[in-house]
Design a protein around this ligand. Structure first.
Ligand code: GLY
Length: 376
């Protein structure tokens, strides 16, 4: 097993370590102690992550002198709403949590966003630690302090910026992640290359096959070490980019919006199809393809970049379009999205590859054409 890699989310005086390695679940307790946390904590997991990982995390916290309790939530995006938030507040009170207590979010983006929002608001804000177990949460939602819940009207419409005390990424968790979930996370990985690092995109293109089969290879003793190194390099680069962007613009006053690349259409797809039909990363994959084609049409990118994203998405078994979603309902859902400003849809476009620009408007007539151009 190689040594964990550490990146810092630099937000002085709220900077926090992002540790990446295999076997880190066993070190959650020592890391929380190092970060000065003490007393009671609530580990929030879901029905998928609790049976796999909760015992290891609870023991690690107990060994380090904490008094942990576990709250297990139903799995899936439907959980990320007001009713579950109230359940979480009940659990925090039932465990006798006070202002010095903390929350450990053990799971994917839904658990991280929801548990993080409960921590941001309980007693006007207590500490929390992110222990992401899906690729999507490892490379995106666990870093940067966005927390929140969905309303029936749209995704993430209520939330707060609340930075974690630490992010602990145990790559071994990817060995038990369902392939569809892993691939959905890869959409966000591609995103970082497209918006910030053309060299990383070239690397992904070269390593496509190894990246695609990495979760299986983690379970193969002959390939485990090299696969952990591959995943560590990939996840670390994404976290570095995310931490750098958030360090420069924590509350999305400008630059941070580049992280929403592909999300305008992506959120439209998720919302119009009904949460859970398309995984977030799958919807973002289609949204990125839409945005790359919009950039090609705007003259910002050569046609070859459109071919490249198609090759990457195909190679990683991600969707190229969203069957079952009709344009009118996607368009309506896009208007309700919180990224809309004064009724105008704003897009993140790229040009050249690795260089994102925010706040772009597109002619209305293009939108439907671009949508149908993705395929039926
Ligand atoms: N997922 C986009 C952000 O954290 O800003």
């Amino acid at each position: 097993m190689s040594a964990p890699c550490e990146i810092w989310g630099e937000l002085d005086p709220r900077s926090y370590p992002i540790r990446i390695g295999a076997g880190l679940l066993e070190l959650v307790g020592t890391c929380c102690a190092e970060r000065g946390l003490c007393g009671r904590c609530l580990v929030v997991a879901d029905e998928n992550t609790a049976p796999l990982f909760a015992a290891t995390v609870l023991h690690s916290l107990e060994r380090a002198g904490f008094s942990p309790a576990l709250k297990t939530l139903p799995a899936g995006e439907e959980t990320k709403g007001l009713a579950t938030l109230v359940e979480l507040y009940d659990a925090l009170l039932a465990h006798g949590m006070d202002r010095k207590s903390f929350v450990v979010a053990l799971g994917g983006g839904v658990v991280g966003d929801l548990a993080g929002y409960a921590a941001a608001t309980f007693l006007r804000g207590i500490s929390f630690v992110q222990v992401p177990t899906t690729l999507l949460a490892m490379v995106d939602s666990s870093v940067g302090g966005k927390t929140g819940i969905n309303l029936p009207q749209g995704k993430n419409l209520v939330g707060a910026f609340h930075q974690p005390q630490a992010v602990l990424i145990d790559l071994a968790a990817l060995g038990s992640l369902p392939p569809r979930e892993y691939r959905a996370g890869l959409a966000e990985v591609i995103k970082y290359g497209l918006i910030c690092d053309a060299g990383f995109l070239d690397w992904l293109d070269r390593e496509l096959e190894r990246v695609d089969r990495a979760p299986q290879d983690l379970n193969d003793s002959a390939r485990r070490d090299s696969t952990q190194q591959l995943l560590s390099a990939m996840v670390a680069r994404c976290c570095e980019i995310k931490a750098e962007v958030v360090g420069r613009d924590e509350c999305e006053g400008g630059l941070r919006a580049i992280l929403n690349f592909g999300h305008t259409v992506g959120h439209g797809i998720e919302n119009s199809a009904g949460y859970g039909v398309y995984l977030h990363g799958e919807a973002v994959a289609v949204g990125m393809r839409f945005a790359v084609r919009a950039a090609v049409r705007s003259g910002l990118l050569p046609e070859s970049e459109s071919e490249r994203i198609d090759r990457l998405l195909r190679g990683l078994h991600l969707p190229l379009h969203a069957p079952g979603c009709d344009w009118d309902s996607v368009r309506r859902a896009m208007t309700a999205d919180k990224k809309t400003v004064g009724g105008m849809l704003k897009f993140v476009l790229i040009g050249p590859a690795g260089c994102a620009r925010t706040g772009c408007e597109l002619p209305e007539a293009w939108l439907e054409e671009l949508w149908h151009g993705l395929g039926e």
